[in-house]
Write a protein that binds this ligand. Structure first.
Ligand SMILES: Cc1ncc(COP(=O)(O)O)c(C=O)c1O
Length: 395
């Protein structure tokens, strides 16, 4: 008798569509043909021609303490104290006992989802927003419920629409400050509104501040949610991938705030999750204070580059059918284009005919036509031609 061979089933949470998209195919074919392609999705700062203090960055990894394994679910105290100094520079007081180090902000979300949510519980997230959230939530069995942002001389949070999204399964509201890709900072009245909604419904506030240090206008910066009073359980997330432009080093954190009665049990629970993984490695934790100290130089270069790229983009697109939305912070620009065909088709045409790769807006939760998103990090030599090609496409 021949035994029937059986294969394992996979979880439904991983039943993603792995088919190649038209856009990925267009990029692959253009590259295979050896034709030039300007990559305006490039947002890896280590590949965008910035000058890092290489010696200081590497020397920080060779500290003798890194040879001892001394695990702490919160992360090494010296590294957490450096995180507290970072917030002190932003005018906020933070207790190192309220900090957890994580390898990435993405993993910080995952810790919080596990602590706050049962399978099927809901977290509200602004739309448009950063596409990785969908995956982060899905692999932790959390349902992401989008709440709208609207544009009226700048982006605003639609608090009335947000309230309507709250159900008995809602556990938290997530805010990206400044948001990716809209680049708008949450204003103080919006923060108050969010806090009062959280208070009324018993929700936690998760605030992703990875782009906090990249305000683009002279007055566009807005304080960290670490500042001021915290009437509700608030988790501020950030990390070195953007703050020090060192995504390869994998160092981030959760800073927790809120009334003691709810903060203490939250800390206890996060501690167990963190203790289960003990994900941080010693050399990176030893180096974190040095890398944070070095952030000023790289931040200045990035802000200069982004401002310069924005100005050039505006100049090149002027008089075309593509216009740029106001951006207060971050590394991205949002383009409004005629909404006459799917943005995926526009992005494919930009690759195939004009040799420019950028994101279709629906990636970030914009409606399926009328929007494109591009990174403002690409370096001097590439972007001028790329912007001219966009202008040609929308002339
Ligand atoms: C808004 C936002 N949050 C988090 C992340 C991920 O950061 P990390 O590298 O720390 O996981 C990104 C990366 O682009 C981001 O745009």
């Amino acid at each position: 008798m021949i035994a029937m061979s059986k294969t394992p089933d996979f979880s439904t949470r991983t039943s993603w569509d792995f088919a190649e998209t038209d856009l990925v195919r267009a990029v692959r074919q253009r590259r295979a043909a050896g034709l030039p392609l300007y990559d305006l999705t490039a947002s890896n700062p280590t590949r965008c021609g910035f000058q890092y203090d290489d010696d200081a960055i590497l020397a920080a990894l060779a500290q003798p303490q890194a040879l001892t394994y001394d695990p702490d679910p919160h992360g090494m105290l010296a590294a957490r104290q450096a995180v507290c100094r970072y917030y002190a520079d932003h005018g906020a007081k933070l207790d190192p006992a309220h900090v957890f180090l994580t390898p990435s902000t993405s993993e910080a979300y995952s810790y919080l989802f596990r602590v706050l949510c049962d399978p099927g519980d809901e977290v509200l997230i602004a739309q448009p927003s950063y596409p990785l959230f969908d995956f982060l939530a899905q692999i932790d069995n959390v349902r992401l419920i989008p709440y709208p942002l609207f544009y009226d001389h700048g982006w605003r949070l639609d608090a009335a629409a947000l309230r309507q999204k709250i159900t008995p399964r809602t556990r938290a509201i997530a805010v990206v400050h400044p948001n990716n890709p809209t680049g708008h900072f949450t204003k103080s009245d919006e923060r108050k509104e969010l806090e009062s909604i959280c208070e009324a419904h018993g929700l936690a506030l998760i605030v992703d501040e990875v782009f906090l240090d990249y305000p683009l206008g002279d007055n566009s910066a807005s304080p960290s949610f670490a500042c001021g009073e915290h009437p509700v359980l608030t988790f501020v997330l950030s990390g070195l991938s953007k703050i020090a432009a060192l995504p390869q080093m994998k160092a981030a954190w959760i800073a927790a705030f809120g009334p003691a009665a709810i903060l203490e049990p939250a800390l206890q629970r996060i501690e167990v999750v963190a203790d289960t993984f003990l994900s941080m490695n010693a050399p990176v934790q030893c180096a974190l204070p040095v890398w944070l100290e070095c952030r000023g130089g790289i931040q200045r270069q990035i802000i200069d580059r982004v401002r310069h790229n924005l100005a050039l983009l505006d100049k090149t697109l002027s008089g075309t059918q593509a216009s740029r939305f106001e951006v207060e912070g971050g590394w991205y620009a949002v383009l409004r284009i005629p909404a006459i065909e799917p943005d995926e088709a526009v992005a494919v045409r930009l690759v195939s005919k004009f040799g420019v790769e950028l994101h279709p807006g629906h990636f970030f939760g914009f409606p399926a036509s009328g929007w494109l998103v591009l990174s403002l990090l690409p370096k001097e030599s590439e972007k001028a031609d790329a912007y001219r090609s966009i202008a040609l496409c929308f002339k």
